[in-house]
Design a protein around this ligand. Sequence first.
Ligand code: KG4
Ligand code: ZN
Length: 340
Amino acid sequence: MNKDITILAIETSCDETAAAVVRNGRTVLSNVISSQIALHTLYGGVVPEIASRKHIEKINVVIEEALAKANVTLEDIDVIGVTYGPGLVGALLVGVAEAKAISYASKIPLVGVHHIEGHVSANYIEHKELEPPFLCLIVSGGHTHLVIVKDYGEYEIIGRTRDDAAGEAFDKVARAIGLGYPGGPKVDKLAKEGDKHAIAFPRAHIADAPYDFSFSGLKSAVLNYLNSCEMKKEEVNRADVAASFQEAVVDALVIKTMAAAKDYHLDKIALAGGVASNSALREAMSNACELSGMKLYYPSPILCTDNGAMIGAAAYYEYLKGTRHGLDLNAVPNLRIGER
Ligand code: KG4
Ligand code: ZN
């Protein structure tokens, strides 16, 4: 029988200090997340310098808690997995330095993980039957990608945003209507009280790039709408704005994802990243998949936003493929998907 592979995974690419213990890529023994959201809310967004300092303060405690909750010690760990990009360089460096130190001191192999590949791999945790190939829509605060997952760790990007990421658009619109940071979950909640057909916001069509996205025009349309209401001294129905904006984002995401799945003959679609927990996106994608006879997968909300478990899942498949990193592993803030 093959030996179990137990991975200690570390994630510090943005504003969550996270560590997890994951067995064989799919079984989560612990998943500890120390969120800095409350701190950054004071400034209306993530302040990189503060994020790095907080990671330094929290990283050891979070790792110790992850090991304790999993009821293991470093002696039981076969691999250290760590996010080394993309993300905020100072934030990434904390996790990478920590992972290298543990790897060196305990002689445990080190595997660097791409943050976005981690988001994709979050789907493997709760859907034990999910295996490549499948189409994945990755929608986070910093990225919007349509990717064909050809095999474990093998990706082909077929679409991407030309400007703002979907989560970024949610955060900016939330700020404009006074909801604060992080905006996505707040827009999602308020939209439930609004009429999604109240305001006709635009959907971008990009010639010759049917799977690319653009959200900056939509964001400007929302800001123009708010400005014109203010000039005309008309009261703004914030719930209608939230619902109509969200509908425009979801519409674009669903139409392009479904078109790509059909064109590439893929009958399995997965959602990944923070925006994958959006209730309207989940509902619209579920309906579209049901109509087309396709199977839809998405992680629980806690595994959609940044966490260590998804890094452990991705690290496992990288480890099986033979990926090993040395003590020269560095943070790569603009690491591209599929790059090693
Ligand atoms: O994946 P993630 O945790 O971080 C990045 O890697 O960027 O995603 C965070 C993003 C934020 O922009 C946040 O507003 C958005 O995901 N988000 C949502 C929801 N929950 C989180 N957007 C829309 N609806 C939600 N329910
Ligand atoms: Zn993320």
